[in-house]
Write a protein that binds this ligand. Structure first.
Ligand code: CAA
Length: 257
């Protein structure tokens, strides 16, 4: 099915979504977030998909929420319509999502990347939350997620000044998993996505739940949660297959459920 704002493809268990509003540096408007949610819904339901990859163009992952669409909005309309509320669904997905970021990832574009499970960045990527320069504040989790990843000092400085950081700084402060040369970005991200898609589906989803638990409670509670899921994984055929294959010195073949 053709989309107005996205290109969608799938191969080797990976669902690939390319943000495609080149005329606006992939600024995220309502149509784009709605289409993205539709595609992610379909990937969640599709047993052939084990990992999702979201990317943009070489010039921009996404240069923010669409300022032209937002400029005339007023309160309480934003509140009554729960403006940006539908963005949260990206972070609520159970299957892993990788962001492959080149060029600008600003404002809502950076926030979209931060909602993904990890970011692989091209060496030309730039990350920032410049909302303060527009007289507003980030609205899709930027103040919370950047602070958790990069720490309070870096997040405060970036958010209060609106300055952006390059890929090397983003890697140093833990915002991106790794940086690769721009021409290698898609291959490198696809390779990670394929690796994830080939693992036990159950183990991958349990792992994502465990790591996400870090943000929700105390260390003790998180450790107990992880231990219970670890014990439960012994009820899955994938555990028998994975450990059996290791002992028999062969490659495991995992199911898709
Ligand atoms: N919304 C709407 N249109 C945008 C846009 C955005 N966020 N970012 C870029 N565009 C449009 C430009 O208006 C321009 O369109 P026209 O050709 O019709 O004028 C086109 O994309 C190309 O942009 P530029 O000519 O500005 O390109 P550049 O290379 O000179 O500059 C840039 C690139 C530095 C990223 C600059 O476009 C820019 O500063 N963009 C806005 C970044 C921003 O403020 N993002 C935060 C938005 S607020 C937000 O995201 C709220 C939230 O928390 C969810």
């Amino acid at each position: 099915m053709p989309y107005e704002t996205l290109l969608v493809d799938q191969a080797d268990g990976v669902g690939l979504v390319t943000l495609n509003r080149p005329e606006a540096l992939n600024a995220i408007n309502t149509a784009l977030i709605d289409e993205l949610n539709q595609v992610l819904d379909a990937f969640e339901r599709d047993a052939n998909i084990g990992c999702v990859l979201i990317t943009g163009s070489a010039k921009a992952f996404a240069a923010g929420a669409d300022v032209k669409e937002m400029a005339e909005l007023c309160f309480p309309g934003t509140y009554l319509d729960d403006f940006l509320g539908r963005w949260d669904r990206v972070a609520e997905r159970r299957k892993p999502i990788i962001a492959a970021v080149a060029g600008h990832a600003l404002g809502g574009g950076f926030e979209l990347a931060l909602m993904c499970d990890f970011i692989i960045a091209a060496d030309n990527a730039r990350f920032g939350l410049p909302e303060v320069k527009l007289g507003v504040i980030p609205g899709s989790g930027g103040t919370q997620r950047l602070t958790r990843l990069a720490g309070r000092a870096k997040a405060m400085e970036m958010i209060l000044t609106g300055r952006s950081m390059d890929a090397a700084e983003a890697e140093r402060c833990g915002v991106v998993a790794r940086v690769v040369p721009l021409p290698e970005l898609l291959d490198a991200a696809m390779q990670s996505a394929r690796q994830i898609a080939a693992q036990s589906r159950t183990a991958v989803l349990l792992l994502k739940e465990c790591v996400n638990r870090v943000d929700e409670g105390s260390l003790g509670e998180g450790l107990r949660f992880e231990r219970r899921l670890f014990q439960a994984v012994f009820a899955t055929p994938d555990q028998k297959e994975g450990m059996g294959a290791f002992i028999e010195k062969r490659k495991p073949v995992f199911g898709k459920q």
